[in-house]
Design a protein around this ligand. Structure first.
Ligand code: CA
Length: 200
């Protein structure tokens, strides 16, 4: 994985503080921060018109990204090289899903073709070890180098954090969780009605 520039790390540490999160000690696992209820967060900061993601992006990244809450911040440096946070957006995995789907389509575009080649190899004397080596090479070949999430996408799909980031963040997360549990209650209630009707 690409080593981050010190500036990136510093911006991220500041964002963790502003949001009242707990920074991760283990950078290699790749989860940037957690909150008091162990929800996991991916943090991104940028000065450009998009956020950079990672090198060699494939399905493993997508699996990880799809269970994190994302906080993306855009800002600028002043003449003293101090970073100022401009706008910050929170995105749940479902908010990012259109972008995930697009990335997934790119990295899986050749799966059918590769599958046909693998079938051919199996029927033509290549052993399992050789086939797995070739599959690995194919998979490496379709990894994406730092696909960007456009800032316009973040603005259109995220929820803006304003004022006190830590408070705003917790309010948005709590809202989502209460709407998820009320959806669940409504579903449960209508199931109960159906069940009672079936019993009657
Ligand atoms: Ca990060």
């Amino acid at each position: 994985m690409a080593k981050k520039k010190p500036q990136d790390n510093e911006r991220e540490r500041t964002l963790i503080q502003l949001c009242g999160l707990i920074g991760s000690n283990d950078n290699r696992i790749g989860t940037d921060a957690k909150d008091e209820d162990s929800r996991e967060y991916e943090l991104k900061t940028t000065t450009k018109s998009g956020v950079s993601t990672a090198r060699d992006v494939g399905l493993n990244h997508l699996a990880k990204w799809r269970r994190l809450i994302w906080i993306c911040s855009r800002g600028h440096y002043d003449e003293y090289d101090t970073f100022h946070f401009g706008t910050t957006f929170l995105l749940f995995p479902e908010d990012l899903e259109p972008w995930f789907t697009e990335i997934e389509a790119k990295v899986t575009a050749n799966d059918a073709l590769v599958g046909r080649v693998v079938d051919l190899l199996a029927n033509n004397g290549f052993n399992q070890q050789e086939i797995e080596t070739l599959q690995y090479v194919f998979q490496r070949g379709v990894l994406l180098n730092d696909p960007n999430i456009p800032w316009s996408f973040i603005e259109a799909n995220g929820k803006e954090l304003t004022g006190d980031y830590a408070q705003a963040l917790r309010k948005i997360v709590a809202n989502r969780e209460s709407s998820q549990s009320s959806t669940h209650q409504v579903q449960q209630a209508s199931l109960n009605v159906l069940f009672e009707e079936a019993q009657a």
